[in-house]
Design a protein. Structure first.
Length: 198
């Protein structure tokens, strides 16, 4: 079963409606947490809200996660090794107050850890790709000692180089395992301060 979640703050009918229409084909069963909306899906199981425990249970037992670009959902799915499709909310469509979800989605897409759909047509195509999307290596629930040390040094006012942060972020998001592919450009995009030389 595919699990869809859009969080609890605002409606995200564009995502829910697209998945609901796709589910009419009957290719995969879908259950969705649809949030505060008047839209009532016809082709999928749904609830407006789920407890945190129920949401975690559904993520742990599903075959894939479709979600807004909420970091809690993304991190939980990656910790559990689930394929993830993210569709970021857009401020110009009044789906959120600003476009931080677009920025989040772009950066995580660059890391190669999830699929991103920027519009409804793109989401339909990504849903079709789920059948061949492999399970991902799980990420750790905890930051590495090296990253924590770098953050402690930074907070204490010591100089921490961008190169050091990039290497630690690559280890967290891309794994330390030999042969595990990672897009270093994505790590650089996250670890390099805006305006800094790359």
């Amino acid at each position: 079963m595919i699990f869809v979640t859009v969080g609890t703050q605002l409606p995200f009918d564009r995502l829910v409606r697209t998945v609901d229409e796709w589910a009419l084909s009957g290719k995969r069963s879908v259950y969705a947490q649809i949030g505060p909306t008047d839209y009532k899906p016809r082709n999928i199981g749904w609830s407006q809200f789920l407890s945190a425990d129920e949401c975690h249970r559904r993520i742990s037992t599903c075959s894939a996660v479709i979600a807004h670009a909420g970091m809690g959902t993304i991190l939980t799915a990656l910790e559990l090794g689930k394929p993830v499709i993210v569709m970021p909310r857009r401020a110009d469509l009044r789906e959120h107050r600003n476009d931080h979800q677009l920025a989040t989605a772009r950066k995580l897409l660059a890391l190669g850890r999830l699929m991103v759909a920027f519009d409804e047509e793109h989401l339909q195509a990504k849903l079709e790709q789920l059948a061949v999307e492999p399970a991902h290596e799980r990420i750790s629930k905890h930051a590495s000692p090296q990253l924590l040390g770098a953050l402690r040094r930074f907070v204490a006012g010591e100089q921490v180089t961008a190169a050091h942060l990039k290497s630690r972020m690559a280890a967290i998001f891309c794994g330390d395992q030999e042969g595990f592919a990672c897009n270093p450009v994505g790590v650089e995009a996250i670890a390099t301060p805006v305006g800094a030389d790359r």
